[in-house]
Design a protein around this ligand. Structure first.
Ligand code: SF4
Ligand code: SF4
Length: 100
């Protein structure tokens, strides 16, 4: 018996990078930013200790959001604040637009 040498070809899936390659649609980018309600904050420093990205800074005037651009939205600060003084807000930017 003779084997067929004809191979089946699939339509371009876009993975080959050929001329007909379809681009994957860009996803909207998310960014996060914590806000502190200063009137509720008792300056315990728990949020400073829990934040894995060192977004907060503590000085003699209290706790401040120092590096909001570093926030990854894990919400550890929000979950551990005993006074519910932190709110982490999420923003979504259109593809190709940097979230502010
Ligand atoms: S955990 Fe809450 S109360 Fe404590 S310093 Fe942070 S914001 Fe203030
Ligand atoms: S959400 Fe996470 S990364 Fe952002 S400030 Fe809170 S603890 Fe830090």
């Amino acid at each position: 018996m003779v084997k067929s040498t004809v191979t089946e070809t699939k339509p371009d899936s876009g993975e080959s990078g050929g001329a007909g390659a379809a681009r994957k649609p860009e996803k909207a980018k998310k960014s996060y930013r914590p806000f502190i309600i200063q009137a509720w904050c008792k300056k315990c420093g728990i949020c400073v200790a829990f934040c894995p990205k060192h977004v907060f800074r503590c000085d003699d005037r209290g706790v401040h959001v120092d590096k909001p651009e570093e926030c990854i939205g894990c919400r550890f600060c929000e979950m551990h604040c005993p006074d519910l003084a932190i709110s982490v807000q999420e923003r979504e930017s259109a593809p190709g637009v940097k979230a502010s």
